[in-house]
Design a protein around this ligand. Structure first.
Ligand SMILES: [Zn+2]
Length: 257
């Protein structure tokens, strides 16, 4: 029994030390780690459902906002799988207010061919065209979205990834950087802030500029943002947000350069 106590105590100490590292990082992480040579970016975060931004991308959002980048969010559905689309739409706006994303820069679609649900297959051409329109409208120079597993494996997340990839393949010479959120295994996914060390080691294995590891400067803000999604704020999502490493760190991989 004593070894169990020792293991639990060690984990607790490691957890607290990791949180301290996040709260006391000497400098706020800067997007791309290139010393800001590109100046302020016009970023488009492409997601599938209201709550993706708070559950998965909040370290990235907090980093972009605190570094003064101009962030737009394109959400491809209202999250109407359970008939609560209109409620969830408003919840996304409320979460974005908490995350300090300008609400006029949040676009939520309700397209008949892009409805929330596991049985729904989203047309990649339609996704590509819609993203293209957003790029033109807002002079976007950076896109951030899901990788091919889509963090949770949800088919809508994966379709969004393939829509973004289609855009990259169709316009390879375009001067737009595309980054994808790296999906991690289940052990790391539920290791909370402890995963910051593994994420950093993982990112260091790649050449400079290919990966970036963004620590969340404001995990409490992420928790508050997720709490705005009241229709989704059930006990297991409260646990998810507390224990998910995506609340504390995002690893982004550059797709196209
Ligand atoms: Zn989702």
């Amino acid at each position: 029994m004593s070894w169990l106590l020792i293991a639990f105590s060690s984990l607790l100490v490691f957890w607290i030390a990791s949180l301290c590292k996040i709260f006391h990082a000497s400098n706020s992480p800067s997007f791309s780690g290139d010393g800001g040579a590109l100046g302020k970016r016009n970023v488009l975060l492409v997601i599938a459902h209201p709550d993706d931004e708070s559950m998965f991308f909040s370290p990235t959002i907090n980093c972009l906002i605190s570094n003064g980048h101009n962030l737009h969010i394109l959400c491809f559905s209202m999250g109407n799988a359970d008939g609560m689309g209109k409620i969830r739409l408003n919840e996304l706006y409320q979460a974005c207010a908490v995350l300090k994303v300008p609400l006029e820069q949040v676009k939520i679609l309700d397209h008949p061919d892009l409805q929330d649900g596991f049985g729904q297959v989203w047309n990649h051409n339609l996704l590509e065209m819609t993203i293209q329109e957003e790029i033109m409208s807002h002079d976007i120079d950076t896109i951030i979205s899901f990788d091919k597993y889509g963090v949770s494996g949800h088919c809508n997340h994966r379709d969004v990834h393939y829509g973004v990839h289609m855009l990259v393949n169709d316009t390879p010479k375009r001067n737009i950087e595309v980054w994808e959120l790296v999906s991690i295994n289940i052990l790391r996914k539920y290791s909370g802030p402890v995963d910051i060390w593994l994420s950093k080691m993982f990112a260091m294995q790649y050449p400079s500029g290919v990966m970036q590891c963004l620590l969340n400067e404001h995990p409490k803000r992420s928790f508050d943002a997720m709490a705005q999604h009241l229709s989704q704020w059930v006990w297991f999502r409260k646990l998810f947000v507390s224990f998910s490493s995506y609340t504390y760190v995002n690893t982004l991989r550059k797709v196209n350069k």
